[in-house]
Ligand binder design. Sequence first.
Ligand SMILES: Nc1ncnc2c1ncn2[C@@H]1O[C@H](COP(=O)(O)OP(=O)(O)O)[C@@H](O)[C@H]1O
Ligand SMILES: [Mg+2]
Length: 258
Amino acid sequence: MAESMLSLDDVKVHFGGVRAVDGISIALEPGKLYGIVGPNGSGKTTLINAISRLVPLTDGTITFDGTVVSRMRPFQVSREGLARTFQAVRLLPTLTVRDNVRVAVDRMRDGDGGRRGRWRRTPAERNRAENATDVALERLHLTQLAGEYPENLPFGTQRRVEIARAIANRPKLLLLDEPIAGMNREERTEIAEIMKSLRDDGLTQLLIEHDLRIVLSACDHIFVMNFGKCVADGPPRETAARPEVQEAYLGRKHDGGA
Ligand SMILES: Nc1ncnc2c1ncn2[C@@H]1O[C@H](COP(=O)(O)OP(=O)(O)O)[C@@H](O)[C@H]1O
Ligand SMILES: [Mg+2]
């Protein structure tokens, strides 16, 4: 049996009576691009929050690259090699594009270095951080914009800065919560191409996305959620065509991608 990059065993996240995630068991193989689709409120964001340890599990087990992470804190699971982006862009307005990415590398080093002070890195460490920043900017086509401030950039470009920040520490798994929502067609296509190229370099990704066109063309495998459960999974086109999936989409109001 191939070793999973991530496996969820009967994961539940309940908020009082709300069963946001209600018994999800899935496994991700390394080096693939996975999609999660499903109507608004079906538990997609909560699932990613559970994996990145932002919400406590009500039940179940999450294993990430051989390590049980179900009870870890967010910084611990990120130290294990898990990175994510959020539904809303979160950039530091007073820092340049480059420094927004660079501080993420620094922050990782803090978690890594235990007692070592934030600014007391060896020259070799500083060099590594600079290189990691350059590589991430390059991968997201941001090298020319490194000196700009986020507020002067279009939304789609800000989103790319966020993804650059997430990959700067060379994570093993990247979770993306609606990375192309609110973007124009050109920006969507560019981000989808970037995700595919990261996948081709071996980065495992789990993407929440409403734009089925993008999901169908970019993902290797999709999971369909409805009412906190995974109601179908498999190859994108074939899975999207199944009756229970059509039902999940047509039976409830479709989320516009907010
Ligand atoms: N922190 C929370 N407290 C209470 N209910 C929540 C919380 N987060 C999400 N929910 C509820 O859980 C359900 C799933 O939400 P969410 O995971 O955001 O869905 P999706 O991302 O698929 O739109 C919704 O009913 C939502 O209102
Ligand atoms: Mg959501």
